[in-house]
Design a protein around this ligand. Structure first.
Ligand SMILES: Nc1nc2c(ncn2[C@@H]2O[C@H](COP(=O)(O)OP(=O)(O)OP(=O)(O)O)[C@@H](O)[C@H]2O)c(=O)[nH]1
Ligand SMILES: [Mg+2]
Length: 303
């Protein structure tokens, strides 16, 4: 007799920069979430779907835990903390280290309270040896109840198939929650905005990219298939505007070219991309601006 189909929601949580979004993209086999070497890349929950013959996993990528320092980062932390009680299973992503920080400890308390099964993914296993990985697993096993610990490398694709099998085996029996072809419920417009934000994160230094938001204004397909996209790159200080534009417009051009390439790949068509740099003074502290940029609670949970 064949085994029953399993399905459910899985929150991907952990400290900022441990590789949660890279891991989710690797597990679903497509780049939906943006990633960067800078902390606090992911700002809101993002849902993707993995389906095979054994089951269906609805992944919920969340902002990484950090110490909040403005309204936006409070929203980000709350989004992550809340996610653990809205799912069937928690995928706790850590690095092969033995230090548990304050934010991570708070997350552990939340996870315990949520009472959901926890799988520990020790990511970046490519950067160290088995001994360090074992030490990390021991540390986290002492801190909370973990049903399985799986060392992986999201970057190199090591052990990620095994992680999929482990996740599915721990989900409840249940039907498909989404059509089997569904990869995400994100709109193309939202993914495009995120791609542009990723390029600002990867090209700009220090505080500047953390104060950037992107808003897509126009998204229009011509008869010949070319897609015209116009977007605002919003920065939080007058002094940042010149940095984003760069000498003779060189930085904005670089951000635009890199974004266009990724967007063309995503949409599988030619794209004409225009970026405008705007200043919205200290928008990360402004509830109205946060709301208009989509950094508010929307009901995107279980249907
Ligand atoms: N060496 C190595 N680097 C990795 C691995 N997975 C992710 N990274 C790198 O870690 C950095 C952070 O990756 P993200 O996926 O953006 O991390 P995140 O946990 O989603 O970060 P936040 O959204 O800020 O919470 C990037 O530079 C990745 O390339 C891995 O398995 N090995
Ligand atoms: Mg992320």
């Amino acid at each position: 007799m064949s085994e029953a189909f399993r399905s459910g929601f899985v929150a991907i949580v952990g400290r900022t920069n441990v590789g949660k979004s890279t891991l989710m993209n690797r597990l679903i086999g497509m780049k939906i979430a943006i990633t960067s070497g800078k902390p606090q890349t992911t700002r809101r929950r993002l849902q993707t779907v993995f389906t095979n013959e054994k089951g269906q996993i609805v992944f919920v990528d969340t902002p990484g835990i950090h110490l909040p320092h403005n309204r936006l980062s409070e929203y980000m932390d709350n989004t992550a903390y809340k996610s653990v009680s809205e799912v069937d299973l928690i995928l706790f992503v850590v690095e092969p280290e033995t230090y548990i920080g304050k934010g991570e400890q708070r997350m552990i308390e939340r996870i315990k309270r949520a009472g959901r099964p926890v799988i520990l993914a020790v990511n970046k296993s490519d950067t160290t040896d088995g001994e360090h990985i074992e030490a990390a697993i021991r540390t986290y096993r002492e801190a909370l109840e973990i049903c399985e610990a799986v060392p992986v490398s999201a970057l190199k694709g090591i052990n990620t198939d095994a992680l999929i099998d482990t996740i599915i085996s721990r989900l409840p029996e249940g039907p498909m929650l989404y059509d089997e072809d569904t990869v995400t419920d994100e709109t193309e417009r939202d993914i495009v905005a995120e791609i542009i934000r990723e390029k600002t994160l990867r090209n700009l230094k220090e505080e500047v990219p953390h104060g950037i938001a992107v808003s897509v204004l126009t998204f229009r397909e011509r008869d010949n298939g070319l897609i015209d996209i116009e977007a605002d790159v919003i920065c939080e200080k007058d002094s940042h505007k010149g940095i984003v534009i760069g000498k003779g417009g060189s930085m904005l051009k670089k951000i635009g070219t890199e974004s266009r390439k990724d967007i063309e790949q995503l949409l599988e068509s030619r794209v004409n991309l225009k970026l405008f740099v705007k200043v919205r003074q200290d928008w990360r502290q402004d509830p109205m601006m946060l709301k208009s940029l989509g950094y508010t609670d929307k009901d995107k949970g279980r249907k």
